[in-house]
Design a protein around this ligand. Structure first.
Ligand code: KIV
Length: 281
């Protein structure tokens, strides 16, 4: 069944948890879709895990369109949400709307995501008014890493927690259909989840959120540059890839690969003629 903003809303109402993962390519998105994942986020985390940047600041609209369109082609049922990258929406509501429109038209997004609370509500309103669903994102928003002075857990003081609760209410009022809560204390995430009617999707925000999201390379054990405490590895694909690479190299070295079954044939008669001709030449 094709997931939509309505199925996400209904899941919250029915108390059913929403599962999301990030993906950045066609094959992974197809596997996730076939496994029945509810939503796929083409996150600007692709800057870290696909492009090797230290943060998400350098990611461009073209990056999001290239990776996003690959995911949209692979995901038939999951709700595909694509991130608006740094400085593609902060300048003005017109800029935000234009770039949100590009992610829908050029990358096949079902919805877009942007970071920020009250300060980006004008953008959320303009984009949703134009018929584009918006997922908000508050807490440890990676595009603001330089303001936070590093990847630090947010909402730990009374004032900061109250600001997050206000931000969540503001993005809901502006029209967001869901909100990602990243890197905040679980008890603050629980208050937010119980204070708003749109689903909260947590990452490092505890078990009381309406849904969860993880970066796929983290949960598959394929990214080891840094591993936050909230990550759980559900597989060790990285180790398995290294084992396969070592086996492959050994078989190439030993002449075991390619075997007969991996090779193409030509008829013996043609080969005979060919040999004669080559010898003549
Ligand atoms: O870019 C991303 O992958 C994200 C998730 C961590 C929520 O924003």
């Amino acid at each position: 069944m094709k997931q939509s903003v309505l199925t996400f809303k209904k899941m919250k109402e029915d108390g059913k948890k929403i599962s999301m993962l990030t993906a950045y390519d066609y094959s992974t998105a197809k596997l996730m879709d076939e496994a029945g994942i509810h939503g796929i986020l083409v996150g600007d985390s692709l800057g870290n895990v696909m492009l090797g940047y230290e943060d998400t600041i350098p990611v461009t609209m073209q990056d999001m369109i290239t990776f996003g369109s690959a995911v949209s082609r692979g995901a038939k049922n999951a709700l595909v949400v694509i991130d608006l990258p740094f400085m593609s929406y902060q300048i003005s509501t017109a800029q935000a709307l234009e770039n949100a429109g590009r992610l829908m038209k050029e990358a096949g997004a079902d919805a877009v995501k942007l970071e920020g609370g009250a300060s980006v509500c004008p953008q959320i309103k303009v984009i949703t008014d134009a018929g584009i669903p918006v997922m908000a994102h508050i807490g440890l928003t990676p595009q603001s890493v330089n303001v936070f002075g590093g990847f630090k857990i947010q909402g730990k003081s009374r004032e900061a927690a109250l600001k997050l609760i206000e931000d969540a209410k503001n993005v809901e009022e502006a029209g967001a259909f869901a909100v990602v809560l990243e890197g905040i204390p679980s008890s603050v995430a629980e208050i937010i989840t119980n204070s708003i009617n749109i689903p909260t999707i947590g990452i490092g925000a505890g078990a009381e959120c309406d849904g969860q999201i993880l970066v796929n390379q983290d949960m598959f054990g394929m990214f080891s540059d840094f591993t936050p405490k909230f990550v759980k590895r559900y597989a060790e694909i990285g180790k398995e890839m290294k084992r396969a690479i070592a086996d492959y190299m050994e078989e190439v070295e030993d002449g075991v690969f390619p075997a007969e079954c991996n090779q193409y044939k030509i008829s013996d008669d043609i080969m005979l003629e060919l040999r004669k001709e080559v010898e003549i030449i």
